[in-house]
Each structure stands twice: as structure tokens, then as C-alpha cells.
Design a protein around this ligand. Structure first.
Ligand code: ADP
Ligand code: ZN
Ligand code: ZN
Length: 829
């Protein structure tokens, strides 16, 4: 990299300088602009510059490289303005973008698009919206800022091109940047995400009673209101075990009334404070690790440390509830003591208030959370805190990987097997686990991958010695893993031959749990009431008009819904094929289960957790909290109930239809099935007595069930690796998937065949397809897929990727295929 320090500022005849700029677009490569002499000193990699692309489209792009290589083919235009005093990303982030674009076959601009908060991405198309809350005090604005602010306050929103007409064109971007920094306006796109804060009342002890003596004296001299004393004791207990105490949790725990709490508040012993649940501002920056590792956990910690001295990545394979989190906490503590930053990634759904509270209890204000609920200003605020190094532990889902870390020391990828670490659409289609490992390497940092059910890829890497491997095979407190029983649903008769929803065995077990004052979780992989209505006489099924997929009946809405495109249809009462009026509902979703439960257990408190019932993150957190506080007896849910939740009182877990989990035609079906069932089971019996799991299934002989019953991950992996080896699937090969999309079926099929034909001479042995996927039409676009299953050979992999890019460009030059969309997906899952 050429340093601008070499420039001779006083020699105006010095050679010209150029910049390579990344624009937030899917361009085949980065372009070059000329840097006017007076701007050279202000430019370094990572700062934004304003440039014109094409005739008059303007963009804020990021400087990747400052150099003196004049492009031979054309005369580059001038950079118009430099927008930042200091880089908004560091070299490491630029390096990550470059790698990602190269590895996942997309442009650096597409990575930039995913990486930067909207605030930083300006173009002629950008619409600015006035921030009403900022008020109309414009006294601290300069003339140009004032002009724009005033226009905005009148018109409410302006396109960047309109602002251009207000100001001297050469000034627009810097002025906008300053207005955004001053919080006077937003970039419109951001407002699409509606942001609502959630408040909750927290109960605190008055500071003077933080002194143990003062507290003891208070309690020793307590004379009247014994109920209030009980309430105070309950508070102290909760405070000690949970850290933060909310008003509902306290009232629930103590069984006290609001009036009794009011009494304590009036006496000035406790304080009530209304706080936003998301914001963490009032928390002190102090580390408070108040637990001791068990012997097995300490051993694991030592092994982990040793392993990370030898290897950059270590897999922590710990069974459910073994205390992986506690081990991470110790590793995180060490990293921040060395002044380093920690990135802790979790699947989005697992990023619940529960986990946040737990970590916050240990790390206070050192921890920050990056999630999709942030409003635009908070996003930028957090961005800057990470960049300055003030934010030390960053907890987030996959996209937190893009934050501008300054001094990263440790990356933790928890639940590393989870497929939500893979971004599906749009590009970059990256896997945050793998990209996290790459990011860590850029900082010479370490990576811990943790799971109770590691992906076969990671486990294989550990077996091969590429990663370290540390195991935790006891639950904390030495509680036994739950007992797993199969319920053979073949043997159960239902009146109309429909599928069994709640078998008599399960019904009995639920009754028993509720009698014992324990909670139940029921898992079903389908939402809605029933996946489809079927004509009783001819078997006709209503389909979506835009997708090749049958519709799901949602009883609460009384509608048929396409789960692929979201289109809503009225229910059908007459068969379109034969005119019959009788329909049966096949299979069952969560809504249907909820209804059955209400019939069977009219007194039980039942709740449903799926994306229909739980709109938005807060509803999810609220439901989890209700369940934690034992205000729900039976929780029915999809995937959402599986991820990393830690409940104390769940004695029974039911998996209602294991055949649906094991019935997919995909080489990963066994792995997914094992992971899902083991993880769901892991919610049972985490504290206290051994839990119980009932699995309802017809195909009781399915090999995966045997391993799940024994909780034998290793035996499962051994068998599964053998079969993957035999058929040459990952981790013994690398997969690339090409997806083709077009509105005419012949065109898309032709395009897929064409690419396959071109690939054949070199890669013929590795091609699978092209073929139409199971659902071969979505939103009126026809789909084709071509799989490439390559041997593990880096050279061949690269050659194949190069070919794909070349051939795609080639395809688009053929008139019939011009508008076929081709998306490459590297390491698809
Ligand atoms: P995992 O992530 O492996 O499923 P967790 O870290 O959630 O397990 O631990 C399970 C439960 O046991 C949690 O409630 C946790 O607080 C508790 N626990 C684990 N280890 C300890 C420890 N050393 N001291 C106190 N509690 C612990
Ligand atoms: Zn019919
Ligand atoms: Zn559809």
C-alpha cells in the first residue's frame, strides 16, 4: 500500500494520484478516479469520497487504495469531495470485504452494501427525511446547512438531486454528511424499519443499603409489615441470582401485591426506575464474574487455552446445559483484560433478552448488543464505539461481523451448526462462522466455535487436527440428559385416519407434568393450522398461483397462505377439479396443535411461539419472559423454541412429528434431524430432575432416532461421515450451487443446460443436474439448479469459480438468455 506520507506537497508537478473506490453497487470491479492535488493529503483507505459514475449519478464510495498508476484505457474523472476526516473502516474490514467478494463470488460493493449502516451510503437516489425530534433550532448551522435544513423542515423530505439544485453542486455531500452527523435528518431507507423502544420497570435497592451493615440494621429492626420484609427478602434473592430485577418478576416471585411494593418504595428502601430494555447506558463498566467453574468446566477452560496457543480455531463441543456460556465468559474476561475486543455471534433468534441479561450481569457496560432493532442513529453510534475501541464485547447476529473492530482478540461463534449463520439473499451469501474465522485471522485473533451438535464440517476439521477440540460431556450440576421415548404413531387409530397430533402417551405425560407444576415445550416444524386442504374424493390441493407450492390453511385468519411468497387467498369450499364440497386437512401446524391442546387441557395456560404469533423481537422476548416466570404451562412452537433457551422448570418436551423432520430429500437431512431433535430435547430438565422427551413418529426404525435416544453425537457423526464419504458429500467435497431464474420455463431450462454444457469439458464429472428444484416456481419466476460437487482441491475450486464468472458473463451475451438471473452460492446449506 502506498502511504500518502510519500507525497511531496510542495512540488505541484508531482505525479498524479488516483484512488480505487468501492461503490455500493454490484459492479464487476472497482473503478478509479483522479484525486485533485489539494485532496491528496486528506485521502487514505477507508475514507469516503464523493464521485460521479456514468453521466451524472453521484455516490459516496469508500477508498480502497490510493496509488499513482494512471489507468491506460481512459481518462479518470476527478474525485468531487472527501467526506470523512478519519476512515470509517480499517484495513482489516477492507481486507474482509475483498476476501468475501472473492470467495463468495460477488462484488466488493455488494459486501459494502451489507456492511455499512445506511447513514454512510449516499447516492443521487437517496432521499433525506427531516428529523422532527431535532426541533427547529437551526442556530448552530452554517449557511449551506441552514438552507437544506429549512427546505427539509418545510417539505419534510428531499431527494439528493433536489438538494443539489439548492446548493452549489460541488458542496452537496459534505453538507449532507454534516446534517446527518448533527441528527437533523435521516436517510429514508432506514425508516422502513420501524423502531419501537420497549420500556420496563426495574426495581433497585436504594444506594445507602448497598452497605451490608446498613442493610442488616434495617432488617434487624424491622417491626411492622412482615409482608414487606418478605418482599424485600425476595428482592435480595432475585437480585443475587438474576442481577437485574424487573417489577413483574419480583411480584411474581414474592407473591406480594403491588400495594406492598408501593409501601417499600414509599419508605425509600427500594427504587423503581423505568428503563428501555434495549439500551444499556445506565450500566457501569465493570466486570463481575461471580461464579465458579465446575471441575469439568475448569478443565475445559484450560484445554481451550492450551489449544488456542497452538491453533487459531478451537471447537468446544459441550452437551446441552453443560455450561459452554460460562466457559466463554472466562475466555472473554481474559481477552478484555488484555485490552482486546471480543465478537460473540449467535443466531438472530437466540439473541434474546435472556442471554443479554446473563452476559450483562457479568460484563456490565463492557458489553454492547448489535441487533436489527436499532434505529439509524444508534447504529452509527455503535459503529463509532466499536471503531474507537470503547465497545469491548460485541454481541450480535451474523452481520455484527462487519463492525469496524479495531483490536479484535477473540471471536466466539455459539451454536456454530446453525444454518442461520448463512446469509441466503441477497449477496454476499456468506457464512458468518467461516467469515468470522477469516476475520479473526486478520487480527491474529482466536476463534471458538461452540455447539452441543457441531456441524459435520467443523467436527471433521477438528478430527483432522485443523481445529482444536475440547469437550464438555456433563451437564452442569451433573443432571442427567433427558430420557427419550418414541411413540409409534402407526399403532394409533384416529377416527378419520388423520395424523395423530397428541398421542395418548403424550397426553398422559403432559397431564403429569402440569400436576407436578412443571412446564412443557412442544415442537412442530410447521406453522399454520394445516399445511393443506385436500379434496376428499379426488385429492386436489389448492396451490399458489405464483409459486409451485400448496397453500397452508391458517385458521385464525381463516385464509390460505403461500409460505413462499406470502400471498393470501380465501379458503376453498368447492374442489376446482371435481366440484366436491368435502375437504380434509392433512398434516398439522402449530395453530392446530394449540387448538387440540385447548380442548384436551382447558385449564392449562397455553402459548404459541412462531412467526405468526410472535411478530417482532419484543413479542418474542415477552413470551420467553412469561414462560420464565411460569405464567405459561405449555409452549408450542417452531424452530423458535429450540435456540439456546435456558428454562429451569421444563420437565417434558414433545416432538410431535419427527417424520416431517426426517423426510426431506437432502443430503443434510440426518444432520439437521439430529441437531434439531437433540437441541429441542436439550430444553428439558436443565435444572433439578431429569427431563423427559417424547418423540412421535411413524418411521420408528429411522437410524437417526437411535442416536438421538442415546444422545450419542459421536456415534452419529461416525456413521454419517462414513456415508458422506461414500457419496462424496461435504465435508469430503466442496459444493457450489448455481440457481437460475426467469419468467419463462424454456428460457431458464435452456440457460441452465447451456452453462452445464460449457462446464462439462473440465467439470463434467462433478455436475449434478441441472434440475428443477422441488418448488420450481416462486413469484412467477421459474427456477433451475445446477450443483457442482468438487473434490477438496483449492486450485480446482478457484478454477471453477473463475469459470462460473466468465460463463455467466458469456451467457448474458446470448440474446435469449440476456435476462436470466444466475446466482452462485458457495458452500450452500
Ligand atoms: P449451554 O450453553 O452449554 O447449554 P449454559 O451455559 O446455558 O449451558 O448453562 C446451563 C445452566 O447452568 C445455566 O443456567 C447456567 O447459568 C448454569 N451454569 C453452568 N455452569 C455454571 C457455573 N459454573 N456456575 C453457576 N451456574 C452455572
Ligand atoms: Zn376433487
Ligand atoms: Zn406463492
Amino acid at each position: 500500500m502506498t502511504e500518502p506520507a510519500h507525497i511531496d506537497f510542495f512540488n505541484t508537478n508531482a505525479e498524479s494520484w488516483y484512488v480505487e473506490v468501492i461503490l455500493p453497487l454490484a459492479l464487476p470491479r472497482n473503478y478509479t478516479w483522479h484525486v485533485p492535488a489539494e485532496m491528496v493529503a486528506a485521502i487514505e483507505p477507508g475514507v469516503r469520497v464523493e464521485v460521479v459514475l456514468g453521466r451524472n449519478k453521484k455516490y459516496a464510495g469508500i477508498v480502497k487504495r490510493l496509488h499513482q498508476e494512471k489507468p491506460a484505457a481512459f481518462e479518470p474523472k476527478d474525485v468531487l469531495n472527501v467526506l470523512d476526516d478519519t476512515p470509517i473502516v480499517y484495513q482489516q474490514q477492507l481486507a474482509l470485504w475483498e476476501w468475501m467478494a472473492h470467495y463468495y463470488l460477488c462484488s466488493e460493493g455488494e459486501v459494502m452494501q451489507a456492511a455499512l449502516p445506511t447513514h454512510f451510503k449516499l447516492s443521487s437516489e437517496t432521499i433525506l427525511v427531516f428529523n422532527e425530534e431535532a426541533g427547529e433550532d437551526f442556530s448552530n448551522l452554517d449557511d449551506e446547512e441552514f438552507l437544506v435544513a429549512e427546505a427539509l423542515s418545510i417539505r419534510n423530505q428531499l431527494r439528493l438531486t433536489e438538494i443539489q439544485q439548492l446548493l452549489d453542486a460541488s458542496h452537496v455531500y459534505p453538507v449532507i454528511k454534516r446534517l446527518l452527523d448533527k441528527n437533523l435528518c435521516f436517510v429514508w431507507e432506514e425508516l422502513k424499519q420501524t423502531y419501537k423502544e420497549k420500556h420496563e420497570t426495574f426495581i433497585l435497592l436504594k444506594p445507602e443499603y448497598h452497605e451490608e451493615d446498613a442493610l442488616a440494621e434495617l432488617m434487624n429492626n424491622w417491626s411492622r409489615a412482615p409482608k414487606q420484609l418478605e418482599l424485600l427478602l425476595a428482592f435480595l434473592h432475585l437480585h443475587k441470582t438474576e442481577g437485574e430485577v424487573t417489577q413483574p418478576a419480583l411480584l411474581k416471585k414474592s407473591g406480594a401485591s403491588a400495594a406492598q411494593l408501593k409501601g417499600l418504595l414509599e419508605k425509600g428502601i427500594l427504587i423503581a426506575e423505568k428503563r428501555s430494555v434495549d439500551r444499556l447506558h445506565s450500566v457501569a463498566r465493570e466486570v463481575n464474574i461471580n461464579f465458579k467453574l465446575s471441575e469439568q468446566q475448569s478443565e475445559a477452560l484450560n484445554e481451550l487455552r492450551n489449544s488456542l496457543e497452538q491453533k487459531a480455531v478451537c471447537l468446544l463441543h459441550g452437551i446441552t446445559s453443560s455450561g459452554k456460556t460460562q466457559v466463554y465468559v472466562k475466555m472473554m474476561e481474559e481477552a478484555i483484560k488484555q485490552g482486546k475486543q471480543v465478537l460473540y455471534m449467535l443466531p438472530e433468534i437466540a439473541l434474546t433478552a435472556q442471554v443479554i441479561r446473563r452476559l450483562q450481569q457479568y460484563f456490565g457496560g463492557y458489553i454492547v448488543i448489535y441487533h436489527s432493532r436499532f434505529n439509524p442513529n444508534e447504529r452509527v453510534e455503535l459503529w463509532n464505539k466499536v471503531k474507537s475501541g470503547e465497545a469491548r464485547i460485541i454481541l450480535g447476529a451474523r452481520s455484527s461481523l462487519f463492525l469496524p473492530f479495531q483490536n479484535l482478540g477473540l471471536v466466539i461463534c455459539d451454536e456454530e451448526h446453525d444454518s442461520s449463520f448463512k446469509q441466503q439473499d441477497p449477496a454476499p451469501r456468506y457464512n458468518a462462522r467461516d467469515a468470522g474465522i477469516y476475520l479473526a485471522q486478520l487480527f491474529s485473533a482466536r476463534t471458538i466455535l461452540g455447539s452441543a451438535t457441531p456441524s459435520l464440517e467443523s467436527y471433521y476439521n477438528a478430527q483432522q487436527g485443523k481445529y482444536g477440540l475440547v469437550e464438555l460431556n456433563q451437564r452442569y450440576g451433573d443432571i442427567a440428559l433427558p430420557e427419550i421415548m418414541l411413540v409409534d404413531t402407526k399403532k394409533i387409530q384416529t377416527p378419520d385416519k388423520s395424523k395423530v397430533i397428541i398421542s395418548p402417551d403424550l397426553e398422559k405425560a403432559i397431564t403429569k407434568s402440569i400436576l407436578n407444576n412443571k412446564q412443557v415445550i412442544l415442537f412442530q416444524n410447521r406453522r399454520g393450522y394445516s399445511p393443506y386442504q385436500v379434496c376428499q374424493s379426488c385429492g386436489w390441493i389448492p396451490h399458489c398461483q405464483q409459486c409451485d407450492v400448496s397453500l397452508t390453511y391458517h385458521k385464525i385468519k381463516h385464509k390460505l397462505i403461500c409460505h413462499y411468497c406470502g400471498t393470501i387467498y380465501p379458503t376453498v369450499s368447492v374442489c376446482e377439479a371435481c366440484g366436491n364440497h368435502h375437504f380434509t386437512q392433512q398434516n398439522f401446524g402449530t395453530e392446530r396443535i394449540e387448538e387440540s391442546l385447548q380442548e384436551l387441557f382447558p385449564k392449562a395456560r397455553i402459548a404459541r411461539m412462531d412467526i405468526d404469533a410472535v411478530k417482532g423481537k419484543h413479542a418474542h422476548d415477552a413470551l420467553i419472559q412469561l414462560f420464565e416466570q411460569r405464567r405459561i404451562d405449555i409452549l408450542v412452537g417452531t424452530q423458535m423454541v429450540v435456540k439456546g433457551l435456558d428454562f429451569e422448570h421444563v420437565a417434558l418436551v414433545g416432538i410431535l412429528d419427527a417424520d416431517a423432520i426426517l423426510g426431506f430429500a437432502d443430503f443434510r437431512v440426518n444432520e439437521r434431524g439430529f441437531q434439531l431433535m437433540e437441541q429441542v430435547s436439550g430444553r428439558a430438565g436443565r435444572k433439578g430432575d431429569q427431563g423427559k422427551v417424547l418423540i412421535q413418529v411413524r418411521n420408528t426404525g429411522h437410524p437417526v432416532l437411535k442416536y438421538v435416544q442415546l444422545h450419542d453425537y459421536k456415534a452419529f457423526v461416525k456413521a454419517e461421515l462414513e456415508s458422506r464419504h461414500q457419496f462424496g458429500y461435504p465435508p469430503f467435497s466442496r459444493m457450489i450451487q448455481l440457481r437460475f431464474r426467469h419468467k419463462q420455463p424454456e428460457v431458464v431450462a435452456g440457460a441452465a443446460r447451456q452453462i452445464a454444457d460449457w462446464l462439462k469439458p473440465v467439470f463434467g464429472a462433478y455436475l449434478i443436474g441441472p434440475a428443477a428444484p422441488v418448488v420450481n416456481r416462486v413469484r412467477n419466476q421459474y427456477l433451475m439448479e445446477l450443483m457442482i460437487k468438487l473434490p477438496k482441491d483449492l486450485h480446482l475450486l478457484q478454477q471453477c469459480k473463475d469459470q462460473i464468472q466468465l460463463l455467466t458473463a458469456h451467457l448474458h451475451q446470448q440474446p435469449p438468455y440476456k435476462s436470466v438471473i444466475v446466482t452462485p452460492d458457495i458452500d450452500p446449506i
